[in-house]
Ligand binder design. Structure first.
Ligand code: TXA
Ligand code: MG
Length: 320
């Protein structure tokens, strides 16, 4: 018998008792419940204030467990699962009839992934059921990448935040669906498009409007700070539009010399997309706490993880 930590034992007990536990993953923290417990799943929606038409992601311990969740696996889905699981990729596939409608919002497909975090993999291996886990934030707000972000949101609502440190990847998984057995990207995310394409060739990115509201991560305004957020190709230039205001700046790699900036966060001084991605949400949380009038966020180069970061920045800024 494996020796499991007290924290994991506690999580197993709570989840078995239809309760929720916040779990660490390599992307963001999730608000987890037993997929077969109607009570737990309803509680996820209520706690997040998430509309019921938004389906949840099912988290499984290994790719072998996929067969008990989905009824059909296209060849390219197998290739992707082999290449990237455990990891930051979610596959949307035809569901087994045993998967409750409340998980899939009545759709005949289910979103599923094997997260790449040792604590949560151990937890999933201990449990006799998979976990549904949306990001552990109120609907529409910035996703949590540290235990304290979850606590700030839900301290009074959940009994346990399973501590797995800071999330290495820092933005949500890349979601891939299938049309005529061909992969289609529904949500850009922590696994870069180019990496996916090395395994299955060119993939289509589904336009946000086409899948709205099927994938609510695709809603225009999402992942958003409460502070007005604007995007900028030239931050120094755009500072002039906010004279006299309390300005925060989110910048990719090079600090801006200016005394009108209240708080500036640099995402990666070495210019690493990976580092910038992992720090993105924490930086937004931090800036959002500063009582600023505006956050000016620098637009990233539009390739690799830069493209995924731009996607999140656009939604943070959308008509805010
Ligand atoms: O990285 C992640 O994916 C994190 C961690 C916790 O695993 N989870 C996450 O879950 O981001 P959530 O609920 O915040 O986003 C789930 C996304 C939504 O945009 C939802 O619409 C989409 O998955 N989704 C779920 N089921 C779907 C389906 N059957 N068809 C299309 N999209 C689906
Ligand atoms: Mg979310």
């Amino acid at each position: 018998m494996s020796i499991i930590s007290k924290d994991i034992q506690k999580a197993v007990a709570l989840l078995t008792d239809d309760k929720l536990v916040a779990i660490p993953t390599e992307t963001v923290y999730g608000l987890a419940g037993n997929i077969y417990s109607e009570k737990a799943i309803k509680c996820i929606f209520e706690t997040k204030k998430r509309p019921f038409f938004n389906p949840l992601i099912v988290h499984i311990p290994s790719k072998e467990a996929l067969e008990s969740i989905v009824s059909y696996i296209p060849e390219k889905a197998k290739l992707l699962a082999d290449a990237f699981w455990p990891g930051s990729m979610t596959l949307v596939l035809k569901k087994q009839s045993s998967i409750p409608d409340i998980i899939t919002a009545g759709k005949d497909t289910v979103a599923v992934r094997v997260p790449n975090h040792p604590v949560t993999l151990e937890l999933l291996n201990e449990l006799p059921f998979p976990l549904a886990a949306p990001s552990a934030n109120p609907f529409g707000s910035i996703s949590p990448t540290k235990p304290e972000h979850v606590e700030r949101y839900f301290k009074d609502d959940i009994e346990q935040v399973l501590d797995g440190g800071s999330c290495n990847n820092g933005i949500e998984s890349t979601i891939i669906g299938f049309e005529n057995d061909e992969p289609v990207v529904y949500r850009l995310g922590a696994l870069a498009l180019e990496e996916i394409e090395t395994v299955v060739g060119k993939v289509k990115i589904k336009n946000r409007k086409e899948i709205n509201p099927d994938a609510p991560g695709m809603l225009e305004r999402h992942y958003a700070p409460s502070t007005l957020t604007v995007l900028s190709k030239n931050v120094i230039e755009d500072l002039k539009n906010y004279s006299g205001k309390r300005i925060g700046v989110l910048i990719f790699k090079s600090a801006i010399e200016s005394d009108v900036i209240q708080k500036q966060i640099i995402l990666s001084e070495t210019g690493s997309f990976q580092e910038a991605t992992s720090k993105l949400y924490d930086a937004l949380h931090e800036l959002d706490k500063q009582n600023l009038d505006v956050i000016i966020a620098e637009i990233f180069p539009d390739y690799g993880l830069g493209k995924s970061i731009n996607d999140r920045l656009q939604r943070a800024a959308y008509s805010s």
